[in-house]
Design a binder for this molecule. Structure first.
Ligand code: NAD
Length: 495
């Protein structure tokens, strides 16, 4: 685990101006333009990144295509790809302190969570796909005797990766690692407010022996670089995590350009359902508070709708309030902080807009609701709970992506299922009950990519992550994710 002394040293490091990473080297944007990077910890300038444009995306895609055609990665032995990716995982672990602090200065996640969720989990993901790739076999079809039907698995070509700012390294690795392991070449478009760790990842990949052009990173504004990547005629697939509106645009870009395949991991409004027979109400309350408030609620699977059975409602709410008020919000680079900064001043304003609307619509504020620690100059928000939330309110329907919880009560299982499934999303969920049959019925009844039972959040690389309904499609993580980055080709051979 990282120490406070290491953090205090690393937080003073100058970052300066960071360029794009194309064809194995740092380079300026074609226009020479840059974007300032502000730290949400104190609202002060942190660094600058290159403000890429369509011309830079084109340079990166050309470099990726050239590398793909050359074959030194795409047609290399899986054992070689495994060796390079394993070395990359080791380098990330070696630089874990540096990457964790760099990421936190950029996006404000509390360091305790960021250290595990960003460098360590990215390294684990890369190692997992490195280990997997030399165990992927083609197939021989069960044909008649006079033919041989072979099914080859081949990389797609050039894959575009677009990720959000909450966990750029972890989410980036969920896409970059299987895409590279499968032999593809990749162009990454990081989120404009949290690009620094992905730029560093590309440097480490080069040090690990990844050939030039195989992994490129083009920073810049989403509406410019993201659009250019989505519309590019020579990109074969886009793997995206982010908001619904941008996901829709990517489908449009695909339709308007070359019909590239698009994989979407979008938002959620995940129900966390507490039955009266939950094994331990106090523990359920502590885990539920963490499940919405860690990383200031900026977690796609956050349990942002809490449904509590009426018979234990008051008791559970007391426990929840006490667990929530014990959370220490503060400097994300202080190991004792449970919750860090909101990623940007804009996101904080958006969160406060949700609070104002919930109040107007008649929900009751139980705790929080305001900006705090203003003297730091940073963006901090008190963990916020609203009760008496009804289905017609914005807070019950729309994703905040901030530390704002809406609570509803229910009488019975049927009502819990109806409320749980009554949004356009279907990403995550949880059920707290000691009854095995209730648990299994709920797992079947809830429309979501994951149903947690007697816990909230938590998973590892061995299981898929993704949503149903408007939470998207395509899965990150597990061996299933590899399939997205491999095409099938049939050889039909007359004997
Ligand atoms: P966003 O959609 O605004 O941005 C995501 C990425 O898309 C960024 O890199 C951005 O620069 C880029 N982008 C913006 N406009 C674009 C355009 N016109 N064309 C192409 N790319 C464009 O999302 P965000 O605010 O960065 O992240 C928050 C959202 O991400 C939330 O909805 C959250 O639920 C979701 N999310 C989902 C998961 C998941 O696994 N399902 C995980 C984390 C976050």
């Amino acid at each position: 685990m990282i120490t406070q002394t290491a953090i205090d040293t690393l937080r003073k490091t100058e970052i300066g101006a960071r360029g794009l990473f194309i064809d194995g080297a740092q380079t300026e944007a074609t226009s020479g333009a840059t974007l300032p990077v502000t730290s949400p910890i104190d609202g002060r300038p942190l660094a600058s990144i290159a403000d890429g444009t369509a011309a830079d995306i084109d340079r990166a895609v050309q470099s990726a295509r050239k590398a793909f055609e050359k074959g030194s990665w795409s047609r290399s032995a899986p054992a070689f790809r495994k060796k390079v990716l394993t070395r990359l995982a080791e380098l990330i672990e070696k630089h874990a302190d540096e990457l964790a602090v760099l990421g936190v200065r950029d996006n404000g996640t509390e360091i305790g969570m960021a250290y595990k969720a960003e460098p360590l989990s990215a390294a684990g993901t890369i190692r997992y796909y490195a280990e997997a790739i030399d165990k992927v076999y083609g197939e021989i079809a069960p044909t008649a005797d006079n033919v041989l039907g072979l099914i080859h698995k081949e990389p797609l070509g050039v894959v575009g990766v677009i990720v959000p700012w909450n966990f750029p390294l972890m989410i980036g690795a969920w896409k970059i690692a299987p895409a590279l392991a499968a032999g593809n070449c990749v162009v990454v478009k990081p989120p404009e407010i949290a690009s620094l760790t992905l730029l560093r990842l590309a440097e480490l990949a080069s040090e690990a022996g990844l050939p030039a052009g195989v992994l490129n990173v083009v920073t810049g504004r989403g509406a410019v670089t993201g659009e250019a990547l989505g519309l590019h005629m020579d990109v074969d697939a886009i793997a995206f995590t982010g908001s619904g509106p941008v996901g829709r645009r990517l489908l449009e870009y695909s339709a308007r350009s070359n019909l590239k395949r698009v994989f979407l991991e979008l938002g959620g409004k995940s129900p966390n359902i507490v039955f009266a027979d939950a094994p331990d109400l106090k523990q359920a309350a502590v885990v539920s508070a963490n499940g919405i408030f860690r990383n200031s609620g900026q977690v796609c699977v956050a349990g942002s709708r809490l449904l509590v059975q009426a018979s234990v409602y008051d008791r559970f709410m007391d426990e929840l309030l006490s667990a929530t008020t014990r959370l220490k919000v503060g400097d994300p680079l202080d190991l004792t902080s449970d919750v860090g900064a909101v990623s940007s001043a804009e996101q904080l304003d958006k969160n406060l807009g949700f609070v104002a609307r919930a109040t107007e619509e008649g929900a009751r504020l139980v705790t929080g609701g305001d900006r705090i620690l203003t003297e730091t100059g940073g963006s901090y928000m008190a963990p916020t709970i609203f009760e008496n939330v009804t289905q017609d309110m914005q807070l019950a329907r729309e994703e905040v992506f901030g530390p704002v919880l809406g609570v509803m009560r229910f009488e019975n299982e049927e009502e819990a299922v109806r409320l749980a499934n009554s949004t356009v999303y279907g990403l995550a969920s949880a059920v707290w009950t000691a009854n095995l049959s209730t648990a299994h019925r709920m797992v079947r009844a809830i429309n979501a990519g994951v149903v947690h039972v007697n816990t909230y959040g938590g998973a590892d690389i061995t299981v898929p992550l993704g949503g149903v309904k408007q939470s998207g499609f395509g899965r990150d993580k597990s061996l299933h994710a590899l399939e997205k980055y491999l095409d099938l080709k049939t050889a039909w051979i007359a004997l």
